[in-house]
Design a protein around this ligand. Structure first.
Ligand code: PAF
Length: 286
């Protein structure tokens, strides 16, 4: 396994690669969710590139950029064990070395869910993902369904701007009690950690209620009620939208039921995809 600390060293290595290149972009502090993405890539491609870059442009002024968890040595060891071929681990100065007045706007789809309380976040994600796709030139890039809005926006970016690659969606990896794996789970206190699985339970209750005929509003209220009564977390949002267009409608065939909850030092997100078939029966596609 090779580690490239700059765009130029990466490009040299990339030029000598033949066959399909799989790509897993991350901000490091790898967990089993990332490992699953990497395993999928390694199984399907000639080489796999992992990028580790805590991207400043997707963090707001009061967000956790400085204290975002980092452990490169641990990540490197895990990547090596899994069989990753190259880690792209650039510095911020190297990634953002060019001055420009050009920017990307994620638009209307970014005003809902996480985008509503994180203005500019998805503009930053699309900016860095565009740069990474252009540098890495993957055949397939792998993203987790846990970041449902991010995945919908990246899918839209790739098709709208004709990136020559495929996006593969990988289902959320969960702890045994249902909590979605996340680098930020380390910030939870012991009490919060035991409450955090209620987010998944709340979404499951909501999914069942929606399947059984509850409206969008009733479903959202039920999920909110469960989270408020079972946790000390502060709800940022609970929403049920069509997927992947993220519209607030009751009609459609595929939906995302999603939530974000602030605990004392961590904001957790989770979601379930729900597919509605013609006779109004629904099933979880995760
Ligand atoms: O999901 C993440 O870890 C980040 O948003 C990504 C896609 C690596 C861009 O910085």
């Amino acid at each position: 396994m090779i580690v490239c600390n700059s765009k130029s060293s990466f490009r040299k290595w990339r030029a000598s690669q033949i066959g399909p290149v799989g790509f897993v972009p991350t901000m490091g502090f790898l967990h089993e969710g990332h490992a699953e993405l990497l395993k999928r890539s390694i199984a399907a491609n000639s080489v796999t590139v992992l990028s580790i870059f805590v991207n400043p442009t997707q963090f707001g002024p009061n967000e956790d950029l400085d204290r975002y968890p980092r452990d490169f040595e641990r990540d490197q060891k895990l990547a090596e064990e899994l069989g990753v071929d190259c880690i792209f681990y650039p510095t911020t100065d190297d990634m953002y070395d060019a001055q420009t007045t050009i920017s990307l706007s994620a638009g209307e789809m970014a005003n809902r869910l996480c985008g509503a309380s994180r203005p500019g976040h998805f503009d930053g994600v699309l900016q860095v993902v565009t740069k990474l796709f252009n540098i890495v030139q993957p055949s397939t890039a792998y993203f987790g369904q846990k970041d449902a809005q991010q995945l919908a926006l990246i899918d839209s970016l790739v098709s709208a701007f004709d990136f020559p690659l495929t996006i593969e969606r990988v289902a959320t990896i969960r702890e045994s009690d249902g909590l979605a794996k996340s680098s930020r789970n380390v910030y939870l206190t012991t009490d919060e950690r035991s409450q955090a699985s209620e987010l998944y339970k709340a979404l499951q209750l909501g999914k069942t209620a929606f399947e059984e005929g509850d409206s969008r509003e009733q479903t959202i209220a039920l999920v909110k009620q469960h989270i408020s009564s079972k946790t000390t977390g502060l709800i940022d949002y609970v929403d049920l939208l069509t997927y992947p267009n993220l519209e607030p409608l009751d009609t459609g065939s595929q939906f995302v039921l999603a939530c974000a909850v602030y605990f004392s030092k961590a904001r957790l997100i989770d979601n379930l995809l729900i597919e509605r078939v013609k006779n109004n029966a629904t099933y979880d596609v995760e």
